[in-house]
Design a protein around this ligand. Structure first.
Ligand code: HEC
Ligand code: HEC
Ligand code: HEC
Ligand code: HEC
Ligand code: HEC
Length: 232
C-alpha cells in the first residue's frame, strides 16, 4: 500500500483520541537490574548524583530514539580501569556503589551489572514506552524545540523505578500540538521562538496572508496536526 492509502485506511478505524484524561500508569515492570533513576539523576542535596538525562540518553537531541545506554557506559563509572584489556577484566572492582557490606541490595544489583559486562552481554532492559508501528515520534524535534524531558516523562529524577507517566495516546499529542496543554513559561518561550509551524504562520501573517482555518480555531497552536506528520 502507498503511504497515503495506509493513512486513509487508518482514518476508517475508530479514533480513541480522548483516552488520555483517565489514564492511570501501570506499575513499573521488573527490570533485570534495579536501576534507580533518583540515585543517578536526582539532585545532590537529596542524595542523588545529578547525572544529566542526556549523559545516558545521549541521542535524544539528534535521533528519533532517545536511546538506552550500553553496558559500556555503566561500566565507565562503575568499574575502575574498565578500559583495561579483556584479560584484566576479571580483576575489575566495583567502584560504585560504595560497598558497605556484601549483602546490601545495591551491592547485589551492582554485581549483576558486573556479570553482564564480564560475559559480554547486553542488559535485557524491559522496554516501557512503545508507540504502535503506525505512529512516529521524533525525540530530536521535541528536545531541540525546547521541551523538557519531564514534561512528557514526569519527575524522573525523583523516582526509583521507571514507569510510563503520560498516556502517549493520540489525544495527548494533539493536545500539546494545538496549544491546549500547558507547558512551563521557559518552554513556551523556546517553542514560540523555534517552532517551524509557528514561524511559518508568522511569515504568512507578515506577508498579509490568509490565516483562516486551523489557526482560527486553535490560535495557540504549536505544531502541525496533519495525519501525515505522525502516521506512516
Ligand atoms: C546513568 C544513566 C541514566 C540517567 C542519568 C538517566 N537514565 Fe533514563 N534510563 C536509563 C536506563 C538504564 C534505562 C532502562 C532501565 C529503566 O527503565 O529503568 C532508562 C530508562 C528511561 C526511560 C524509559 C525507557 C523505556 O523503556 O521506555 C525514560 C523515559 C528515561 N529513562 C528518562 C530519563 C530522564 C528524563 C532522565 C533525567 C531526569 C534520565 N532518564 C536519566 C539510564 C539513565
Ligand atoms: C556517570 C556515572 C554513572 C553512570 C554512567 C552509571 N552509574 Fe550507576 N551509580 C553511580 C553512582 C555515583 C551511584 C551511587 C553510588 C553511591 O552512592 O554509593 C550509582 C549507583 C548505582 C546502583 C545502586 C543504586 C541503584 O540504582 O540501584 C546500581 C545498581 C547502578 N548504579 C547501576 C548502573 C547501571 C546499570 C548503569 C548503566 C545503565 C549505571 N549505573 C550507570 C554512577 C553512575
Ligand atoms: C514531547 C514529549 C517527549 C519529550 C519532551 C521527551 N520524550 Fe522521551 N518519549 C516520548 C514518547 C512519546 C516516547 C515513545 C516513543 C516510541 O515508542 O516511539 C518516548 C520514549 C523515550 C525513551 C524510550 C526509548 C527510546 O529510545 O525512545 C526514552 C529513554 C526517553 N523517551 C527519554 C527521554 C529523555 C531523556 C528526554 C529528554 C532529553 C525525553 N525522552 C523527552 C515523549 C517525549
Ligand atoms: C501529533 C501526532 C498525531 C497526529 C497529527 C495524528 N495522529 Fe493518529 N495517532 C497518533 C498516535 C501517537 C497514535 C497511537 C496512540 C493511540 O492509539 O492513541 C495514533 C493513533 C491513531 C489511530 C488508532 C486509534 C486506536 O484506537 O487504535 C487512528 C485511527 C489515527 N491515529 C488516525 C489519525 C488521523 C485520521 C489523523 C489526522 C486527522 C491523525 N491520526 C493525526 C498520533 C497522531
Ligand atoms: C508538550 C508538547 C508536545 C507533545 C506532548 C507532543 N509534541 Fe510533537 N511537537 C511539539 C512541538 C512544539 C513540535 C515542533 C513543531 C515545529 O517545529 O513545527 C512538535 C513536532 C512534532 C513532529 C514533527 C512535525 C513536523 O512538522 O515535522 C512530530 C512528527 C510530532 N511532533 C509527533 C508527536 C507525537 C506522535 C506525539 C505524541 C506521542 C507528540 N508529538 C507529542 C510539541 C509536542
Amino acid at each position: 500500500m502507498t503511504r497515503a492509502l495506509r493513512i486513509a485506511a487508518l482514518a476508517l478505524l475508530p479514533v480513541a483520541a480522548a483516552g488520555c484524561r483517565d489514564y492511570k500508569p501501570a506499575p513499573p515492570p521488573e527490570q533485570p537490574i534495579a536501576f534507580y533513576h533518583n540515585v543517578h539523576a536526582g539532585p545532590v542535596q537529596e542524595g542523588g548524583n545529578a547525572i544529566p538525562c542526556m549523559y545516558c540518553h545521549y541521542t535524544a537531541d539528534r535521533s528519533v530514539d532517545a536511546g538506552i545506554p550500553s553496558v559500556q557506559l555503566c561500566v565507565g563509572c562503575h568499574v575502575p580501569g574498565s578500559s583495561a584489556p579483556t584479560a584484566l577484566r576479571g580483576q575489575a572492582q566495583l567502584a560504585f556503589p560504595r560497598v558497605k557490606g556484601n549483602d546490601s541490595t545495591w551491592y547485589r544489583e551492582g554485581l549483576k551489572l558486573l556479570n553482564y559486562w564480564k560475559n559480554g552481554e547486553g542488559i535485557p532492559w524491559v522496554r516501557i514506552h512503545k508507540l504502535p508501528e503506525h505512529a512516529r515520534f521524533p525525540h530530536y524535534t521535541h528536545v531541540n524545540v525546547g521541551l523538557e524531558c519531564q514534561t512528557c516523562h514526569g519527575p524522573v529524577e525523583e523516582i526509583e523505578e521507571m514507569y510510563q507517566f503520560s498516556s502517549l495516546r493520540m489525544g495527548w499529542c494533539i493536545d500539546c500540538h494545538r496549544g491546549n496543554m500547558e507547558i512551563s513559561a521557559k518552554e513556551e518561550a523556546a517553542v514560540q521562538a523555534r517552532s517551524t509551524f509557528i514561524r511559518r504562520f508568522r511569515a504568512l501573517d507578515a506577508a498579509g496572508g490568509d490565516r483562516r482555518g486551523q489557526l482560527a480555531t486553535y490560535p495557540n497552536q504549536r505544531a502541525s496536526t496533519d495525519c501525515m506528520v505522525c502516521h506512516y
